[in-house]
Design a binder for this molecule. Structure first.
Ligand code: AMP
Ligand code: MG
Length: 418
């Protein structure tokens, strides 16, 4: 099964370079056409906020299930108050109390009232509630100086939700109030879309694990924690191979993980130690390798069995950009989200012109200064600090070469909460 041949195959682009680069749109189309259907799982309702509903939910019950008082006051027959006025107040006899969960037992006769608390079941034959502030207490009676319409301050059965009503649609990202509502119709578990399992493989002989200061010719791995955070943000569940050396056998072993998506950081380009594209081509399908964009041009996308595989360049900004354009798009869709970036966007004018090459998409990190968009420097794929300083990014489309100063551009902001 292994073939780490010494003879270079025609498909092996190592040290030959990319002869052609695919368009970003072609890569996106391939991804969108390759998303498998998402599996679902039943989970406790109290863990369900933020998850996506796998199927629509219809209520089997009315909420509320009974007529109830919406005020602290007195339940009575509205007809008794028909002639009530300040000149001729109506007096009613208090015959008992109704509390939430503890109704007044027995029918209410004309001339009677029940002291009732908010949420208590309406007394039988009572059809209105007068709030406590609108009555005068006189021993065991009340007097009221105004009429009241039937149904006033009475919550009716099914007023919030009626039996048979579809309350939440499939695909809904459950809000805190949604899980509250699902509890109110009697559920304690809910079917949600599974979080896609994303296996992260970080390659590079030069890498030191997190927690080490860079020394000699080593580089401390910044991509693993960055990708983990991105994957979680997009609804994925991360498993990890950790740092794997640039050894094709070890990388192939790591690629066998049980996951829906595999992301490999590093080794995606055309250097001698860039084994991953060749491995995917040999053992699966390398659908895309080399994309007309900057940074992140040496990105690869393919399949290994049923797994979608994303080969992201090791340079941290390239890795971030490749994730956002491609891997994140797949994860979000598999998690039942929209394919779009989760970044808020604004239209703002450019302070200075931005230039790009025709036929290439550019991902330009920018700052917003006094309401104008300014490119951060340096823009290189390895300068991670520049993306830390940036407020967001601008995408220069393939067919755009120069965006002139003052032109309005769409800025995607890294922070959704400020
Ligand atoms: P590669 O994509 O493997 O050719 O790596 C390109 C550049 O990114 C090299 O300078 C690597 O040292 C650097 N690099 C690769 N992986 C990482 C990583 N996980 N964290 C930080 N830098 C990396
Ligand atoms: Mg490398």
């Amino acid at each position: 099964m292994f073939s780490f041949n010494s003879r270079q195959s025609d498909r092996d682009v190592r040290m030959r370079g990319f002869t052609e680069r695919r368009r970003v749109a072609a890569a996106v189309a391939w991804i969108d056409g390759s998303i498998p259907t998402s599996a679902s799982e039943s989970i406790p309702l109290d863990d369900a906020a933020g998850r996506r509903l796998a199927s629509s939910i219809t209520s089997a019950v009315d909420v509320p299930g009974f007529a109830r008082s919406m005020m602290d006051g007195f339940a009575l027959r509205a007809a008794d108050l028909e002639k009530a006025s300040s000149d001729e107040p109506v007096t009613l006899r208090i015959v008992g109390d109704a509390f939430p969960g503890v109704p007044y037992v027995g029918p209410l006769k004309s001339g009677e009232a029940v002291r009732i608390m908010t949420g208590a079941p309406m007394a039988q034959d009572a059809d209105a509630v007068v709030p406590v502030e609108q009555v005068q207490m006189q021993g065991n009676s009340i007097s009221i100086e105004a009429s009241t319409p039937v149904g006033k301050h009475v919550g009716l059965p099914g007023e919030d939700v009626t039996a048979g009503m579809m309350v939440l649609a499939a695909g809904r990202c459950l809000r805190p109030q949604d899980v509250g509502l699902l509890a109110s119709i009697g559920l304690n578990r809910v079917d949600v879309l599974c979080r896609p399992i994303v296996h992260l493989i970080t390659t590079g002989n030069e890498l030191l694990a997190m927690g080490n200061q860079p020394r000699e010719f080593h580089v401390t791995d910044s991509n693993t924690p960055m990708l983990e955070a991105l994957i979680r943000r997009d609804g994925g569940c991360v498993t990890q191979a950790g740092i794997v050396p640039d050894d094709p056998k070890k990388i192939l072993t790591a690629l066998q993980a049980d996951a829906q998506i595999v992301i490999v950081s590093g080794g995606s380009s055309v250097g001698l130690e860039d084994h991953v594209p060749q491995l995917i081509a040999e053992h699966g399908e390398l659908a895309i390798h080399g994309i007309a964009m900057r940074p992140s041009s040496p990105t690869g996308i393919g399949k290994l069995g049923t797994k979608l595989v994303f080969l992201l360049p090791g340079n941290p900004v390239s890795c971030l950009c490749g994730y956002d354009f491609f891997a994140g798009r797949a994860i979000r869709q598999l998690a039942g989200r929209t394919a779009d970036w989760p970044y808020p966007s604004h239209r703002l004018p450019l302070r200075e012109a931005l230039t790009s090459s025709a036929g290439r998409v550019d991902y330009v990190r920018v700052k917003i200064v006094n309401g104008q968009v300014e490119k951060v420097v340096p823009q290189g794929g390895s300068a991670l600090y520049s993306s830390v300083c940036a407020d967001g990014f601008v995408v220069i489309a393939e067919d755009e070469e120069t965006l002139p100063a003052d032109a309005p551009v769409t800025v995607y902001l890294y922070d959704s909460v400020r």
